[in-house]
Design a binder for this molecule. Structure first.
Ligand code: PNS
Length: 164
């Protein structure tokens, strides 16, 4: 029984994330998509409940995938969840620099290795932050985010409420 953790902010989830989950679900018995509650980067646009809901709805067809969340150190969560491996997506070479030090740090803290999966090349330019910027400036992101995320983003744009 191999359990992989795919951690991230998922603010919002994109087709790139879903593609990585689908690839991981083929490699491991169980994949836990783990949403970090308070990402270090900056305040999320979507609440934790919204991110859980968008991911659960988008991943409903994958029986060996579940959505959880954690606060604090990923290394501590890995131990609590009994994880065998961390899964991360790599898009372009520039992702590698920060991901390599994160992988080393997580391994030194938890002795859990990180395996990198490349999403389909159609999504190599897709990030949650770019999707948000384009969408809230009126751009079309239909081909980049799953329907549950698009629906919530559309509601937020309509109400002018773009803060979690
Ligand atoms: O989707 P993101 O924002 O790129 O994901 C980053 C994430 C959540 C994987 C990373 O920030 C993380 O692991 N945060 C938890 C806090 C932690 O353990 N930090 C040290 C990581 S080496």
């Amino acid at each position: 029984m191999t359990r992989a953790i795919y951690p991230g902010s998922f603010d919002p989830p994109t087709f790139g994330h879903l593609d990585v989950v689908a690839r991981a679900a083929k490699c491991f018995d169980e994949v836990i998509v783990a949403i970090v509650v308070n990402p270090q980067k900056r305040g999320p646009m979507f609440t934790l409940d919204e991110r859980v809901e968008m991911l659960r709805a988008s991943l409903a067809g994958m029986p060996n995938v579940r959505v959880e969340h954690f606060r604090g150190l990923l290394a501590d969560y890995l131990k609590a969840a009994g994880a065998d491996v961390i899964v991360k997506g790599l898009r372009v070479v520039s992702d590698f620099e920060s991901e390599m030090s994160a992988a080393m740090m997580n391994r030194s803290l938890s002795n859990v290795d990180t395996l990198f999966l490349m999403a389909d090349q159609r999504y190599s330019f897709v990030s949650s932050s770019l999707v948000k910027e384009v969408f809230f400036l009126g751009g079309d992101v239909t081909s980049l985010v799953p329907e549950p995320a698009l629906r919530l983003m559309t509601a937020k744009r309509g109400s002018g409420d773009t803060r979690a």
